[in-house]
Write a protein that binds this ligand. Structure first.
Ligand code: ZN
Length: 297
């Protein structure tokens, strides 16, 4: 591909706002969550309140206006709660990837539970999408070396979890020297090139200082130019990526409460973030692709 025509891999993690609550209330949800208890506490019900639907539809409309397709990484439990929404995303031409079943760090699950939850998620997603997912992103961007072989054994063609960043908050350890553009990882270390069949689509960091920049959370909390400077720099030498969540283009949910951590974490959600995504799509017009396309799958 000629220089300057590299591509922006656009993806959305179809999470509920409470899947990220570790950042706002300090609860370490990398431990296996008791989702039933959480839903009862938040909604007095065994299912969530439906806050996910409206912002997801707003995004689908925005993507239609820009005539772009993107990849939605969907949790098995989210697909169980919102099967019609997942069907609609697929029917509108977007790729359905897998984000696991529960939003739990795979290092907590271990290989057997990880594989079992992956299989359960795939069995729910496949009929809704009309095809089996071939792409994966790990909850909380936490990856274990054994995951590559498990993903390959289930027919996955790519992963997009590695963020080429210095460690932040205990994450991304050892990833700062990973390749900045798509590569085949080593079976021993996903951040090193090797002979895995799987393709890794790494997420970008800010040039020079190498701090995570390709996530909507950083766009909102640090600023639009943090992300844009990074994307414009990284795309000069190869394909790069940007991802965010539907709850980021929605108003802050009432059930999230009011804490100082929340004030920071929910900064610029709603119209500001929808506008930022609109500007990113305008800037990279003609270069936005799904993760499936970027992986050459
Ligand atoms: Zn997630």
């Amino acid at each position: 591909m000629p220089a300057g025509r590299h591509r922006l891999v656009l993806s959305v993690d179809l999470d509920e706002w409470f899947h990220s609550r570790r950042w706002t209330d300090g609860v370490q949800t990398q431990a296996i969550p008791d989702m039933a208890a959480l839903l009862r506490r938040l909604y007095g019900s065994d299912r969530p309140g439906g806050e996910l639907v409206a912002p997801t539809r707003a995004l689908l409309d925005l993507f239609d206006r820009h005539q772009v397709k993107c990849t939605f990484f969907v949790l098995g439990e989210v697909a169980e709660w919102y099967p019609d929404l997942v069907r609609e995303i697929a029917a509108r031409g977007h790729e359905i990837g897998c984000h696991g079943f529960h939003h739990v760090d795979m290092t907590v699950l271990g290989p057997d539970q990880f594989a079992a939850q992956l299989d359960r998620a795939v069995s729910i997603l496949t009929p809704l999408a009309g095809r089996a997912p071939i792409g994966y992103r790990a909850p909380n961007l936490v990856y274990a070396p054994w995951a590559t072989r498990v993903l390959e054994s289930r027919g996955f063609a790519y992963d997009t979890t590695v963020c080429v960043s210095r460690p932040i908050g205990g994450k991304y350890k050892g990833w700062a020297n990973a390749p900045h553009h798509p590569y085949h990882p080593s079976y021993d270390d996903v951040s090193k090139p090797g002979d895995a069949r799987l393709v890794e689509l790494p997420l970008p960091s800010f040039p020079g200082i190498k701090l995570s920049a390709g996530s909507g959370i950083l766009t909102r909390v640090i600023g639009y130019h943090w992300t844009m400077t990074s994307l414009r720099y990284r795309i000069r030498s190869g394909d790069t990526g940007f991802y965010f969540h539907p709850w980021e283009v929605a108003e802050r949910p009432a059930a999230a409460g009011r804490t100082w951590r929340g004030a920071l974490f929910y900064r610029h959600t709603g119209r500001w973030m929808l506008g930022a995504v609109d500007r990113i799509l305008t800037h990279f017009r003609g270069r936005v692709v799904t993760a499936r396309e970027a992986a050459g799958a």
